[in-house]
Structures are given as structure tokens and as C-alpha cells.
Design a protein around this ligand. Structure first.
Ligand SMILES: [Zn+2]
Length: 302
């Protein structure tokens, strides 16, 4: 799930969402050469267990293929259990709190004791912090990490169409906030399971993209489908595989997704997948909802 207040890529807005049990009816997808077949009436009771294949023509398990002209990055594959981690289990996930860019003056009560806060610069520090007037706890604000997977299968990329705000109806890589108690890779696997009902293996890190303006860091992994099964989770209206020249760049949800996919396409075209670090900054004077109104700064690549 990805529900940040994404200044760069979508409209403003606070979204509070409680994860729902996996009881929705999913639409299975069978991938065939060149086309997608959207099959219905396959009930997805537990995405961890994939789907009933009685009504679908799912292909045999295969491994994702890498473009023949592309040299895979030199990272060891990381196999992680797709079992849920932490106390949330598979049936719940974070109710994502919107991460602001950091404004201590908006914190009026202590999260520890509920006491009122004052807003001052603590001794030895430089920034104004919200300080509890009762227990003196300082409310430090730190960036949130968003984790996700870029999955290539049959030379196509798995994207999800968002069924929630913000960026309803736009396409995204499966991604969402990292949870306490899980690693970034585990979080990326979990988010992919939740949004695309897909069981994936993380292969390597692909990009770390910082967005200082809104206090977020994206960590996107390359991954592969363990089985060729995926379908929309509760927060996705569709999932699909897109050839590189079919990626809907004009309908992507967030600047982070635009950057990630552009870098990936460039790497594939150049025949070498790299690891990228960069900072996404909004171009001054541009619309907050324009996911293309960014600059990629401090771009480092392996
Ligand atoms: Zn307090």
C-alpha cells in the first residue's frame, strides 16, 4: 500500500485506511505471449496461497526472464520467506499515517503522555521541536521509508492500478510503508503480496530515492514472481504486465515511480542494470499533482 501525501506526484490529502481481510474476490490474470487475459470468478481467499486455478489458465511456474541484452546486476539473490512478519500477520497492515515534511508546530500533544507541547529549539540543536511540557519528551520527526518491488516477467513490468486515494486510478509499482519489525526487502515482498497478490523473490536493490520535501525515502528492489500468478489486491483495481514501451508514463501515480521506471528503462536499453541513488526535488512553480514536475538530483549509480 502506498498512501503517502505525495506532494510531487499526487494531490494533497490525508488518507486513513484500515487494511481489510483478504476476503475480496480477485481477478486472476493469465499471462500469455503479448496479451493479458483477465479472468474472473476466482476467489482470492488468501493471496499467500495463490488462487484456485480451476477457472483460470495459469501458466506453469517459471522464472522471470531478463532481457537477453541486459546484464543483470551483481547482487546475490535474496530469498525471503513470504510469510507475514510481525504481529500484523497477513491479514492486516499498517494504517499508514501521512508523513509530513516535518513541522513540529503541528504537534500539539505528547505521544507519550498526552500532555501539551511547547515548541522550542532544545539545547544543542538547531531545529524547533515539539517538547512535552509534562514529561519533557521531545517529538523527533524522521523520514518514512517506502519499499516496493519492480518485477519483470516475460520482459514486462508488473504494475498496479490504485483503487484508493491519493492517485486513484493511476498506475504504480507495488510499494508501501515499511513496517516496524520487518526489513526493507521483507516489506517490499509484503507490499507486493498485498497489492498484487503476488508471491515474489527479491533479487537485488535497484533504487534509493529520497524525497526530502515530504520526508520519504523509497527503496525499490528488483524482484521476480515465484509463480506466474497475480491479481489485484484490495487496494488495486487492476494489475498488469507492461512491456517497456507500453509503460503508462502519463498515468503513473508518483514521481518516485516515474523516476524508477525511467531509470529502469534506460538501464535495459543500455544493456546494464545499475543501482541508483538520487534525490527527487519538486521543480519550483510546478503543480503538486504533476508527477513529472521533478528534478533528480545527486544521482549516483553503480
Ligand atoms: Zn509527555
Amino acid at each position: 500500500m502506498l498512501k503517502p501525501r505525495q506532494i510531487l506526484g499526487c494531490s494533497f490529502g490525508f488518507v486513513s485506511h484500515r487494511w481489510k481481510p483478504y476476503s475480496n474476490t480477485c481477478t486472476s490474470i493469465s499471462t500469455t505471449s503479448g496479451t493479458l487475459s483477465f479472468l474472473s470468478n476466482s476467489t482470492c481467499s488468501n493471496p499467500l496461497l495463490s488462487f484456485s486455478s480451476s477457472s483460470s489458465t495459469l501458466l506453469p511456474a517459471t522464472t522471470a526472464t531478463w532481457p537477453s541484452s541486459t546484464r543483470r546486476p551483481r547482487f546475490g539473490a535474496l530469498s525471503l520467506s513470504s510469510a507475514p512478519s510481525g504481529s500484523n500477520g497477513g491479514g492486516s497492515s499498517s494504517s499508514v499515517a501521512v508523513q509530513s515534511a516535518g513541522n513540529a508546530r503541528k504537534i500539539n500533544f505528547c505521544q507519550s503522555c498526552g500532555g501539551p507541547t511547547k515548541h522550542e529549539i532544545p539545547d544543542g540543536e538547531e531545529k524547533i521541536r515539539a517538547i512535552c511540557t509534562v514529561c519533557e519528551r521531545i517529538a523527533y520527526e524522521n523520514p518514512k521509508m517506502v519499499v516496493g518491488c519492480l518485477i519483470e516477467h516475460d520482459n514486462r513490468i508488473l504494475l498496479c492500478k490504485r483503487k484508493i486515494q491519493p492517485s486513484y486510478g493511476l498506475w504504480t509499482l507495488p510499494a508501501g510503508y515499511m513496517e516496524i519489525g520487518e526489513s526493507a526487502a521483507e516489506g517490499a515482498i509484503r507490499e507486493t503480496r498485498e497489492e498484487a497478490c503476488a508471491d515474489v523473490e527479491v533479487l537485488s536493490p535497484f533504487a534509493q530515492l529520497d524525497i526530502p520535501l515530504i520526508g520519504q525515502t523509497y527503496v525499490i528492489f528488483l524482484g521476480r514472481l515465484k509463480t506466474p500468478h497475480f491479481s489485484p489486491g484490495p487496494e488495486s483495481s487492476e494489475c498488469g504486465l507492461f512491456a517497456l514501451d507500453e509503460i503508462p508514463f502519463d498515468s503513473l501515480s508518483f514521481s518516485s515511480m516515474v523516476v524508477t521506471l525511467k531509470l529502469y528503462v534506460e538501464d535495459v536499453r543500455a544493456g546494464k542494470i545499475k543501482f541508483h541513488y538520487g534525490t527527487i526535488n519538486k521543480r519550483p512553480g510546478t503543480s503538486p499533482s504533476d508527477s513529472h514536475a521533478y528534478t533528480l538530483d545527486y544521482h549516483l549509480q553503480s
